[in-house]
Each structure stands twice: as C-alpha cells, then as structure tokens.
Design a protein around this ligand. Structure first.
Ligand code: CA
Length: 220
C-alpha cells in the first residue's frame, strides 16, 4: 500500500513519513503543490495525505484538479487551517476526511485505514478471501488455526493481493504497491516476500500463475 504525503513542513513531513513506514506503508513525500499534481497524474498511490498551505500551488487547488481529472484516490487533508470555511471547501472539493494539526499519529493511521477500506468497498476492517484473513490494524494474518504476525513488507504484499482476490498481479505491479521511490528493489525481492508469506501461512495461500504473476483465490 503506497501513500503520497504532500507536506512542506520538514518536521511534520519527516515524522509522518516515519510513522507511516512503521505502519507498513510505502511512502513518497513531495513538498509543493506542483510536484503533488504531477505525481498524482501518474496514479501510483492508494491514498493521499494533503496539506493545504503549500508552495507553488495551494492544496485545495491540487485536490480540485485531481477530482476534475476523475481521480477517486482517497484524500485526507492534514492542515493547521481550522477555519470552518476551509474544512467545508475541502470536503466539497472531494476530500474523504480532514485532520487538524497537531494530530495524533494513531488517529491519522486509523483514518487512513478507514478511507482505504471504504474505497475498497469493505464494510469490515479485515480483508479476507474466505481462506486467509488480514487485520490491517494489527498486521496479523489468520488462516485456519494459524495466526501469524507479518513484517511490514509481507503485510503490504498480502494486502495488495487480498484487495483483489482472483486478480493476477504482475511483479511490477506488486513492486509498485510495496516500495517507495527511494527504496532499492532487488530483482528477486518479491520472490523472497512470497516465500516468507507461504512459510508462515502455507504454500497454497498465494498462487503462482506462470509467466503472469501471483494471486490469492477468490472464495467460492
Ligand atoms: Ca504547509
């Protein structure tokens, strides 16, 4: 799960980046509105944390253009502007949620999980294909009687697959979901992660579709 953080404050940006990485997200961080708009046009992120007071282009303008382009990626506005007018504008322009600085990181993470879940059409916090269940708040995976704790990257891998049971994800698609720009990806990194998840949850948990990629089965 890959998040775009748009924040020009160095201290807040660094703190939020670290918290997101600790919570198993891949994070890309940009610091002005123009950079945000051009990165968002690539559609590489599953959610956006957006400051409003930004150099070059205001956060509300970034949001307005994003929605104008028909992009439905979940957006949480994080800002010190607590005026009612800005909050209403943010929601009217199509943000999914709104957090006033200073905020508690655990609240930010909970809201992030909620908007991603709603985007995926999931009413419950757990992701499941009927045989394996993943709890995003604890990073635990459950298969039959087995309950295991996944590492950040193992979690991201299984999460990407469980968002779309039955869909085949190619190596490049998985890498894009799991790693940020500044992370070096070894050519066999995905194989290692799949091996690790299978070791914890059983070989059948992830199916290899020869030459195409990997999937988790859709429940019957
Ligand atoms: Ca700012």
């Amino acid at each position: 799960m890959r998040i775009l953080l748009v924040e020009d404050d160095q201290m807040i940006g660094a703190a939020v980046s670290i918290a997101l990485r600790d919570a198993a997200y891949a994070v890309d961080w940009v610091q002005d509105g123009d950079a945000a708009s051009s990165v968002l046009s690539l559609g590489e992120h599953q959610a956006v944390l957006l400051d409003l007071g930004l150099p070059k282009r205001d956060g509300l303008e970034v949001l307005r253009r994003l929605r104008q382009n028909g992009d439905t990626v979940p957006v949480i506005i994080i800002t010190a502007r607590d005026s009612l007018e800005d909050r209403i504008k943010g929601l009217d322009y199509g943000s999914d949620d709104y957090l006033i600085k200073p905020f508690d990181v655990s609240e930010l993470l909970a809201r992030l999980r909620a908007v991603i879940r709603r985007k995926g059409g999931q009413a419950t916090p757990q992701l499941s294909n009927g045989t394996v269940t993943l709890d995003p708040s604890s990073r635990e995976a459950i298969r039959g009687q087995t309950v295991v704790q996944l590492s950040a990257k193992e979690f991201s891998l299984l999460h990407a697959l469980l968002l779309r049971p039955g869909a085949i994800l190619a190596r490049g698609e998985l890498e894009e979901r799991i790693y940020g720009w500044n992370e070096e990806v070894e050519s066999n990194a995905i194989d290692f992660l799949i091996h690790a998840v299978r070791k914890k949850l059983g070989a059948g948990v992830i199916k290899n579709i020869r030459g195409a990629g990997w999937m988790v089965e859709k429940s019957a």
